[in-house]
Design a protein around this ligand. Structure first.
Ligand code: FEO
Length: 169
């Protein structure tokens, strides 16, 4: 049986994952308008992964016979200026999501909800990857991004990212 506190924090996390999808979609539209189609592709693929993250929690709650309460999704931040500034926002956002996932793990531990602790472990690993991927792109943009030829090459690399449904394992 999932406690009221765990139920609430999981419902909030579903909302945060869907907000993340909105945020990445807004970024994708910004890059598309700039003609940076590789950056647009990368952020659009990420948006789809965020929907998967939300759906995995949704399915977990259903499996645990816990009420899902879908909350209003905020309008995403659209104060975008250039690729580096956008990816710095991505990193800030992912750090925020990581702290949220950490809170779920801590609460699960405090409440001795070992099933939820085991479940959320996948997200802890996922956040390491999300922060690393973003940091790698920021590093490249800081090293080379001011030069058009380099930006073109990074754009080509980001174009290669393909969506694969994120499965919980
Ligand atoms: Fe689902 Fe990017 O965290």
């Amino acid at each position: 049986m999932i406690s009221e506190n765990i139920k609430n924090i999981l419902n909030e996390q579903i909302n945060k994952e869907f907000y993340s999808a909105y945020l990445y979609l807004a970024m994708s539209a910004f890059f598309d308008k700039m003609g940076l189609y590789g950056f647009a592709n990368w952020t659009k693929v990420q948006a789809r992964e965020e929907v998967d993250h939300g759906m995995i929690i949704f399915d977990y709650m259903i499996d645990r016979n816990t009420p899902v309460q879908l909350k209003q999704i905020d309008i995403p931040d659209t104060d975008f200026q250039n690729p580096l500034q956008v990816f710095e926002k991505v990193l800030d956002h992912e750090k925020y999501v990581t702290s949220s996932i950490d809170s779920i793990a801590k609460l699960s531990l405090d409440e001795c909800d070992l099933a939820t602790l085991n479940f959320i472990n996948w997200y802890l690993k996922e956040q390491i990857e999300e922060e690393k991927n973003t940091t790698d792109i920021i590093t490249k943009l800081k090293l080379f991004g001011d030069e058009e030829a380099s930006l073109y090459l990074i754009n080509e690399e980001l174009q290669k990212r393909e969506y694969k449904k994120h499965e919980y394992s």
